[in-house]
Design a protein around this ligand. Structure first.
Ligand code: SF4
Length: 393
């Protein structure tokens, strides 16, 4: 089937006949490689409207906290980490972390996303005490902490299984896990750029364990390592398969899918890209928009597709809202991991996010980490005086 026939067929998709119209990997690859961008985005927009007919675009008031930069994993695309004993290593104290959360509370935030390196110097008790103290001092803030590779590192240091670590953290108040560290869930790509991170099945197993406990999880995807549509769709397929399984078994799965191209400015992976090289690394705006659109059509069991302003810029993130995305992520307040490899915009105000959403023709809605809608005040006179978003309804 060529892309014309596939898009024609996809136009008949609805929530009730979803399984009949599920895209096969081969069809997704055909769309990725051959469908014109504007037609692909229009199909993703139609799908987004079927899944979210109310016309909202959501955002989260939150803060990223990168509590330690000590890491033993040595991913080639990472400029954030420092190996143990390096003079530039840091681990924040509980007081420093708490002070950051106070700043978040002052702007009405509801969640922290806390992740760092795989730091063998921190015993499991440090993490348990940290979560306990944050729960006591910041009871209204959801704590989404530690990506699967950190959970694996903590399990190794403490001699426990990853499931046991997750249970311990949940029992002291952890709300969920960030989706970080998935990058490409394809063996050949992973072995090339982060061989010490382990197989894709490890990331998927930790996420499945978290979902079995009812913890909140999201799925990420960094692309542009020289792979093609086949590998990109394989990544999405693995997420879709786990999502089917978790929704059936645990009635909970990934809240969202968030993709961005690898940043190449200041890391050893980026240096490979220089000179007479073999691969075109990273991804520009149109490739990013294509990726978002394919993900919306392919991931029919993941409700929320996020656009990425920190890596693509606000304007492209806004375009992604017209090609499948229904969420603009969060304010972040700070970010140190991706930004260490070259991004420059590290935070966005609520007003700015509302403006981006309104100008794309949607209604801005605050949400929490679980995508429950929260009361939302429209912050600028200019935005609140705009007419209801008619162009795309
Ligand atoms: S991406 Fe994460 S796991 Fe990899 S080196 Fe950086 S901090 Fe460590």
């Amino acid at each position: 089937m060529d892309w014309i026939q596939i898009l024609k067929q996809q136009a008949d998709w609805s929530k009730t006949n979803s399984s009949e119209y599920r895209l096969s990997p081969e069809q997704a690859i055909e769309l990725y490689d051959n469908a014109p961008l504007h037609q692909l985005m229009a199909a993703a927009m139609a799908r987004r409207k079927s899944m979210h007919p109310e016309g909202n675009v959501t955002y989260l008031i939150d803060r990223n906290i990168n509590y330690t930069n000590v890491c033993t994993i040595n991913c080639q695309f990472c400029s954030f980490y420092r190996p143990p004993n390096h003079p530039e290593t840091y681990t924040q104290t509980f007081e420093e972390i708490s002070a950051r959360i106070v700043e978040l509370e002052e702007i009405g935030g509801s969640r922290i996303l806390m992740q760092g390196g795989v730091n063998p110097e921190l015993p499991i008790k440090w993490y348990q005490d940290l979560i306990s103290s944050l729960v006591i001092n910041h009871p209204t803030i959801d704590l989404d902490c530690f990506s699967p590779i950190e959970i694996e590192g903590i399990a190794e240091v403490s001699g426990l299984t990853t499931l046991e670590v997750l249970k311990k953290f949940q029992s002291v108040g952890m709300h969920g896990l960030p989706g970080g560290g998935a990058e490409m869930l394809v063996e050949s790509v992973r072995n090339d750029v982060s061989p010490k991170k382990g197989l894709p099945k490890n990331w998927l197993r930790v996420m499945q364990e978290a979902q079995s406990l009812g913890l909140t999880t999201s799925a990420t995807n960094v692309f542009g390592f020289g792979e093609g549509a086949i590998e990109r769709v394989e990544h999405m397929l693995r997420l879709r398969e786990l999502q089917d399984q978790s929704l059936q078994q645990y009635k909970i799965g990934f809240t969202s899918f968030i993709a961005w191209p690898v940043q190449l400015e200041v890391n050893s992976f980026g240096r490979r890209n220089k000179g007479q090289n073999k691969f075109e690394l990273g991804a520009g705006s149109s490739e990013y928009l294509r990726h978002v659109a394919v993900s919306r059509l392919f991931l029919d069991n993941i409700e929320n597709i996020q656009s990425s302003w920190p890596t693509m810029g606000v304007a492209v993130a806004q375009m992604a809202l017209l090609g499948g995305a229904n969420d603009v992520g969060s304010t972040m307040m700070e970010e140190n991991v991706v930004s260490a490899s070259g991004t420059t915009k590290l935070s966005a105000s609520e007003e700015e996010l509302q403006d981006v959403i309104f100008r794309a023709g949607f209604k801005p809605m605050r949400r929490d980490s679980d995508y429950n809608l929260l009361p939302t005040s429209i912050l600028t006179a200019e935005v609140s005086s705009m007419k209801a978003p008619t162009p795309i309804q």
